[in-house]
Design a protein around this ligand. Structure first.
Ligand code: 48F
Length: 261
């Protein structure tokens, strides 16, 4: 069959346009498609929650591709192994309590599971602000990452969400925006971002799950952003905590959504 270049153009533009519009009003919007954000999206989408993820970079996966110092293997502890089982990611026992998985298989499977269960991921789009109405955060403000990179003076677009998930990793960008625009009114000990502490895998892994919770009304934090915001240690290339963090917040949001039905 003879191909028409313009039909290809129309197919792309119309299907993207339809998808973007359909997901401009969602239950949950996630900022950042690293392991924690993707895992949150997977567990929500699995329960038929309308969830969308915005990722600044062209490629999703955040810090997972590089394993540790670009040795593309990950370590997962005993608790995190259950999520690898759920995702059907292969792993090997290294020694008791330490399992290794290929970084590429892990992130590609997580992405595949999240999208196949219904999460919509928009890459190359950066979150630059939140929508606030009547003192309530109720959406994300988005722009093309290329616009930010080129420093162009272009106004953003806004989507509505019942709940937001901060999953931007170490810089905790979404929470930083909230503090900058609304003030230090977080549900942390100081009301402000407490700040990330140095490396301590054992403590960081435990605390990241504890810290994954609501940080501002309707805004939940997962992954490294949770430890940055609540003031806990980093843990380096052990990734079970990132996955468990996403699973925990997905459950919390599901409970909230169910109680509103
Ligand atoms: O950094 P990232 O992988 O965060 P995570 O899911 O996992 C942390 C681990 O990778 C690792 C670690 C674990 O032991 O310490 O660092 O908590 O993924 C965060 C994603 O958010 C994107 C960023 O490009 C990355 O892919 N991101 C950051 N800021 C924005 C954003 C933004 N303003 N808008 C959209 N995406």
């Amino acid at each position: 069959m003879k191909l028409d270049d313009v039909v290809i153009t129309r197919a792309i533009v119309e299907s993207f346009y339809k998808k973007f519009l359909e997901y401009s009003d969602v239950d949950v919007a996630v900022a950042g498609a690293g392991p924690a954000g993707l895992c949150t999206a997977y567990y929500l989408a699995k329960e038929k929650v309308k969830v969308t993820v915005y990722e600044r970079k062209l490629s999703i996966g955040g810090g997972m591709w590089g394993g540790g110092m670009m040795f593309n293997e990950l370590v997962v502890g005993e608790e995190g192994k259950a999520i690898l089982d759920e995702l059907e990611v292969n792993y090997k026992a290294y020694q008791r309590g330490y399992y290794t998985a290929g970084a590429v298989e892990c992130i590609s499977t997580l992405c595949s599971k999240a999208t196949k269960t219904g999460a919509k991921i928009f890459n190359s789009i950066s979150v630059e602000d939140v929508m606030l109405q009547n003192e309530e955060i109720c959406g994300l403000v988005l722009n093309w990452s290329a616009v930010q990179l080129a420093n162009l003076h272009v106004d953003p677009l806004t989507i509505r969400a019942k709940y937001l998930v901060e999953a931007t990793g170490h810089p905790a960008e979404l929470v930083k925006i909230i503090v900058k625009k609304i003030g230090p009114k977080l549900l942390t000990s100081s009301g402000d971002i407490v700040g990330e502490k140095p490396m301590w895998a054992d403590m960081g892994e435990k605390e990241v799950v504890e810290n994954s919770k609501e940080v501002f009304p309707n805004v939940y934090v997962v992954g490294m952003a949770a430890n940055a915001v609540f003031g806990s240690h980093r843990m380096g290339p052990i990734f079970g905590g990132m996955l468990l963090s996403g699973e925990k917040v997905a459950k919390q949001i599901l409970d909230k959504l169910k109680s509103q039905r």
